[in-house]
Design a protein around this ligand. Structure first.
Ligand code: FAD
Length: 495
């Protein structure tokens, strides 16, 4: 079957890259087709990533808040508190269902043509003639487009020695998927990998009463975050009873159907010099393997266009998102740049603008470049972590002399009211230009606070200019104001 319509843009993949780009392009008046192989739209983010984890996190937080604060806040939970995990899962699944069907609704409203199935590039040239095959079981459809945007995302990484069986030894999809995800919180859980995903799950399950052990290969968990921030998170994790084992090389993981056994050694010992006495054994009911994500880039027909993968990633011009073949773009996780949902959407905006401006007929659309310098990143542990721009060490190397402003949650009236005094925001400023070059925050709503810094950085506002913005009282956003005031030693509430 072949469609006669010539689309301006064809998207393959409907994650926050693909669906966002399709809607954006349609808003510019483009004729858009979107291909998705899964039964629901929204990709990893909505189905097995950002959204279901944050739904679980919200339940976990409520438990923690009640436990920690109810007495202090004068609320008596006389009957005690019990956890109905089936309701936790129901809440997660309902949120996912509402959001993914909401995306379907938006795509329909924007008249994006939907094709269900596996999309791959068939042929094409730079003169507006691409053909894409959509395979759905035995049915094959060929659709034609002037430009193609690949947004095929990523999937959990696997290493054979970890023996992921999707029952006892799991990846993040096995926990979150609405059909086959976890229905009980395990009594104990080994998490291999103390990156963002590993730490978020550690926090969630520890609040649900699971005994959590993190095994991290590197000398510290969350290796790319500021040391001072990670130190505080580790303190909080210790209070929660999470065991953090850093510098551990996991040699093997096995399940006997009841229990999982992980064998580790010190990461500094080379495998061939290892003696039995030097290995350490960890046991738990289940194990989560969260060692990173692989890019989904196989079977897309890229070889026909001489597009050679770089360690699985689809190569792109980092500014325009165009691949080495004119007219084919790639965005989001499949490019292996920053694996974040909002960055996939930003890349989508740029790829849409650049592709539409290259085919003509969209006169108000002008080429633009991807912004790598002000991408906020968030970690939904408690306390939350948010960061944007450079870390202190990177900023020092790049700009030399810096000014640093810090403000503690303990000095914020709002944080006190909320009993959320553990936290701080650190702002790094170029001494000569007074421009903010980075910020890191740990504490309640840290990602929201960091958004304000992102705005300031994106618009090139100086620290001094930001201090002239009136912030509502009492709000956590005053922490931003005082941290920025502290850059010049002017914070009012800093002791
Ligand atoms: P994806 O969301 O992976 O979507 C790709 C889509 O393409 C999928 O729907 C897939 O089915 C489809 N597809 C693939 N190949 C084909 C094909 N050949 N034909 C048709 N369809 C195809 N990021 C954040 O910013 N904040 C968070 O809090 C956060 N939490 C996360 C928690 C977890 C547990 C995980 C795993 C990830 C999290 N992320 C988070 C990362 C975020 O989910 C990804 O960065 C984001 O989803 C990437 O978007 P994408 O559009 O590039 O790809």
């Amino acid at each position: 079957m072949s469609s006669d319509i010539l689309y301006d843009l064809i998207f393959i993949g409907s994650g926050p890259g693909g669906y966002h780009g399709a809607i954006r392009a349609s808003s510019y008046g483009a004729k858009v087709a979107l291909i998705e192989k899964y039964e629901r739209f929204g990709g990893t983010c909505s189905n097995w990533g950002c959204i279901p984890t944050k739904a679980l996190y919200s339940s976990a937080r409520l438990i923690a808040e009640i436990k920690k604060k109810s007495k202090k806040f004068g609320i008596n939970i006389n009957g005690g508190m019990t956890l109905d995990f089936s309701k936790v899962v129901e809440h997660k699944n309902n949120v996912v269902k509402e959001l993914t069907s909401g995306i379907a609704q938006l795509l329909k409203m924007k008249k994006v043509a939907i094709f269900n199935g596996f999309g791959s590039l068939l042929k094409g040239d730079i003169y507006n003639n691409f053909e894409v095959l959509v395979k759905n079981g035995e049915t094959e459809t060929i659709i034609k487009g002037k430009r193609v945007i690949l947004a095929t995302g990523s999937a959990p990484a696997d290493i054979p020695v970890f023996n992921i069986d999707h029952k006892q030894i799991l990846n993040s999809d096995d926990i979150l998927d609405y059909k086959r995800g976890l229905t009980e919180a395990p009594k104990s859980l080994i998490i291999i990998g103390g990156g963002v995903i590993g730490c978020e799950f550690a926090n969630i399950f520890a609040e649900f009463g699971t005994k959590v052990t993190i095994l991290e290969y590197l000398p510290r968990i969350l290796a790319t975050e500021e040391k001072i921030i990670v130190k505080q998170l580790k303190k909080e994790f210790n209070h929660l009873g999470i065991e953090i084992c850093e510098g551990k090389n996991v040699l093997s993981v096995k399940s006997d159907g009841v229990e999982v056994t992980a064998v580790t050694c010190d990461a500094t010992i080379p495998r061939d010099q290892l003696k039995d006495a030097e290995t350490q054994i960890f046991k738990a009911e289940k194990c989560l393997v969260s060692i990173g994500r692989i890019k989904v880039s196989e079977g897309l027909g890229l070889e026909k266009f001489n597009i050679n993968l770089l360690r699985g990633a689809i190569p792109v011009n980092r500014e325009t998102m165009e691949t080495p073949f004119t007219g084919i773009y790639a965005i989001g996780d499949c490019t292996g740049l920053l694996m974040l949902a909002h960055f996939a959407s930003h890349q989508a905006d740029i790829a849409v603008i650049n592709s539409l401006s290259s085919i003509g007929g969209f006169e108000d659309v002008f080429p633009q470049k991807v912004d790598f310098s002000t991408v906020p990143a968030t970690i939904f542990t408690h306390p939350n972590i948010g960061s944007v721009g450079l870390r202190h060490k990177e900023a020092k190397e790049k700009y030399g002399e810096l000014l640093v402003g810090r403000f503690s949650y303990a000095s914020s009236g709002k944080a006190k009211c909320m009993d959320e005094e553990d936290g701080m925001l650190m702002v790094i400023v170029n001494k000569w230009t007074d421009k903010i070059v980075g910020a890191s925050c740990i504490g309640e709503a840290a990602p929201e606070l960091i958004s304000e810094i992102s705005v300031a950085m994106r618009l090139g506002i100086t620290a001094h200019q930001l201090t002239s913005v009136i912030h509502s009282h009492p709000t956590l956003s005053e922490i931003v104001l005082e941290a920025v005031e502290d850059v010049h030693g002017m914070a009012i509430h800093k002791a």
